[in-house]
Design a protein around this ligand. Structure first.
Ligand code: 5CA
Length: 443
C-alpha cells in the first residue's frame, strides 16, 4: 500500500479523553473513531489488525477441531426466558421491540442460541463430542465503558461452546480450550496467564480467566512469579489426547494465580515470599465448564449407548478479540508509539523514501515494493513529499516492526537501511538482502 493512496488519519494532538496509552495510541494512529460511548468505527489500520487477530483465533480453533458457525446479533427474548437469564442479565442487556411488539435483544453472549441449535439437530451420543464457535459482535450496556476498545459496549468476541456426553468429556474440552488459548495468545506475541476466577453471569464453578499483566489492567491479580517463566512455545500437543491436554493444564495452572474474586490470602501465604506478586491484568479470555445448566433448562438431551436420554454437559469459552488490540498495545509500545508483534502487524514493513521525487530513490522504492509484494508480503510505502523526520514519526507511531529507509546517499553505495522498531538497531545492506531478511522473518 502506498501511503498517499491509503486512509490513515493520524492525529497530531494527544486526545484528551483517552486515559490509557493503548486508547491514546489507537486514536492517534487513526485505527478507530468513536461513534458513541463505547462504540467504535474501525478505520483501515485498526480493521487490518482486528482481522489478523481474528485469523489467528480461527486458525487455532481449527487446529483444536472446533467448528465455526455464525449466529445472529439480534435474538428473540423467548429463549432467554427459557433459560431464566432474561431477567438475570439485568441492565447490561440491550433490549428492543420489533414492529410487531416482539421483544428482541442484542446478543451479549450466545449460550441459549447455540443450545437451541443443538437441541434441534443433535439427538445421539454418536454426534459427540462437538464444539461450535463464532466470532461475532456482542453488546453489553456497560455502566462505565472506558479505555477505548478495552471496555466497549459493542465489542468483538470469539465465543465457543462444547457439547459432551459426560462430565469427564466436557472437562477434556475445557482443558483443550486452555491449551489452544495458550497457543493463540503466544502467536499474538502475548503472555496471557490462566488464573482461577469467578464465573459470574455464565454460571458453573470451573473457570479460568486469561490475563495479560499490565498496570492499566482492570483486574487485580495475585500470582506466583514462577508462572511468568512458562512458555507454551511450539510444542505439538495432540488435542484429542486427554493425558496431553491434562498435562499442559497442570503445568500452567498448578501454581498460585488468581483474580481478586477468588483470591485466598492463606493459600497465597504458602508461596515463598520473594515469588509472591500482586499486580494488575487485562482479561483477554475466559473459559467455563458449567455442566448441564443450559441443557437442562432448554432440554438439550442425547440418547446414550444404553438407550436412556441425558442432558449434555457444556462449557463456553470466550476470547475478547477487539479488546486484544488494546491489550497488545499496552504490552508493547514505547514513548514514540506502538510496537506490533510480527504475528499481528498491519503491514509487514514500512518503506521510507527520504527523497521523494529523486529518480533513483523513487525507482529503488518501487522495486523494493514489487519484490516484497512478490514474496507475499505487504509493505506500507511512505511516498509522501514530507521531511524525513515526519515520516519516521508516522512509522514509529503506527508501529510496523521493520522499516526500510531508502535515500540517495545510501543508494550511491548500493545500500538501504533496515531498522527494527523494537530495538532501534539499524543495519545497512543491499535492497535484495533487505527483502530476503524480511521474508525470512515472516516465514
Ligand atoms: N459466554 C462466555 C464465553 S463465550 C462469555 O461471554 N465470557 S466473558 O463474559 O468472559 O467474555 C469473554 C471475553 O470477552 C472476556 O474475557 C473479555 O476479554 C471480552 N469482553 C467482555 N466484555 C467486554 C467489553 N465490555 N469490552 C471488550 N471486551 C469484552
Amino acid at each position: 500500500m502506498r501511503l498517499t493512496r491509503y486512509f490513515l488519519p493520524v492525529l497530531k494532538e494527544t486526545p484528551s479523553e483517552a486515559q490509557i496509552v493503548s486508547h491514546r495510541l489507537m486514536l492517534r494512529a487513526g485505527m478507530i473513531k468513536q461513534a458513541s460511548a463505547g462504540i467504535y468505527s474501525w478505520l483501515p489500520l485498526g480493521f487490518k489488525v482486528l482481522r489478523k487477530i481474528e485469523n489467528i483465533v480461527h486458525d487455532e480453533q481449527a487446529r483444536a477441531g472446533h467448528i465455526p458457525i455464525q449466529m445472529p446479533i439480534l435474538q428473540s427474548a423467548d429463549l432467554w426466558r427459557e433459560s431464566g437469564r432474561y431477567d438475570a442479565f439485568g441492565e447490561e442487556m440491550l433490549r428492543m421491540q420489533d414492529r410487531h411488539g416482539r421483544e428482541m435483544l442484542y446478543t451479549p453472549t450466545a449460550e441459549e442460541l447455540v443450545t437451541d441449535i443443538f437441541r434441534a439437530h443433535v439427538g445421539s451420543y454418536k454426534d459427540l463430542p462437538l464444539t461450535l464457535y463464532q466470532i461475532q459482535w456482542k453488546f453489553r450496556d456497560e455502566v462505565r465503558p472506558r479505555f477505548g476498545v478495552m471496555r466497549g459496549r459493542e465489542f468483538y468476541m470469539k465465543d465457543g461452546y462444547n457439547f459432551d456426553l459426560t462430565k469427564d468429556a466436557a472437562l477434556h474440552a475445557y482443558n483443550r480450550h486452555l491449551v489452544s488459548y495458550l497457543r493463540t495468545y503466544e502467536r499474538m506475541g502475548l503472555q496471557a496467564i490462566p488464573m482461577r476466577a469467578d464465573s459470574g453471569a455464565m454460571g458453573g464453578d470451573n473457570t479460568h480467566e486469561f490475563l495479560v499483566l499490565a498496570e492499566t489492567g482492570e483486574s487485580e491479580v495475585f500470582y506466583d512469579a514462577e508462572i511468568t517463566d512458562l512458555k507454551f512455545g511450539d510444542r505439538a500437543v495432540d488435542y484429542d489426547s486427554v493425558e496431553q491436554c491434562q498435562a499442559v493444564l497442570e503445568e500452567f495452572t498448578s501454581r498460585y494465580a488468581r483474580t481478586d474474586e477468588t483470591h485466598d490470602e492463606a493459600l497465597f501465604a504458602q508461596v515463598p515470599e520473594d515469588r509472591r506478586r500482586r499486580a494488575r491484568g487485562i482479561e483477554v479470555g475466559q473459559i467455563f465448564y458449567f455442566g448441564t445448566k443450559y441443557s437442562e433448562a432448554l432440554g438439550a438431551t442425547v440418547v446414550t449407548p444404553d438407550g436412556s436420554r441425558v442432558p449434555v454437559h457444556m462449557g463456553s469459552h470466550g476470547i475478547g478479540v477487539s479488546r486484544l488490540l488494546g491489550a497488545i498495545i499496552e504490552a508493547s509500545h514505547d514513548e514514540r508509539g506502538i510496537i506490533w508483534p510480527e504475528g499481528v502487524t498491519p503491514f509487514h514493513c514500512g518503506i521510507v523514501n527520504l527523497k521523494q521525487g529523486d529518480a533513483a530513490a523513487d525507482a529503488a522504492c518501487d522495486s523494493l515494493y514489487k519484490a516484497l509484494t512478490a514474496k507475499g508480503l505487504e509493505p506500507l510505502y511512505d511516498d509522501r513529499t514530507e521531511r524525513a523526520g515526519a515520516k519516521f514519526a508516522t512509522m514509529d507511531l503506527i508501529g510496523l516492526p521493520w522499516r526500510i529507509t531508502v535515500g540517495p546517499r545510501g543508494l550511491d553505495k548500493g545500500v538501504v537501511e533496515l531498522t527494527s522498531r523494537r530495538t532501534g538497531d539499524s543495519e545497512e545492506m543491499s535492497p535484495e538482502a533487505a527483502v530476503d531478511r524480511i521474508a525470512q522473518i515472516y516465514s
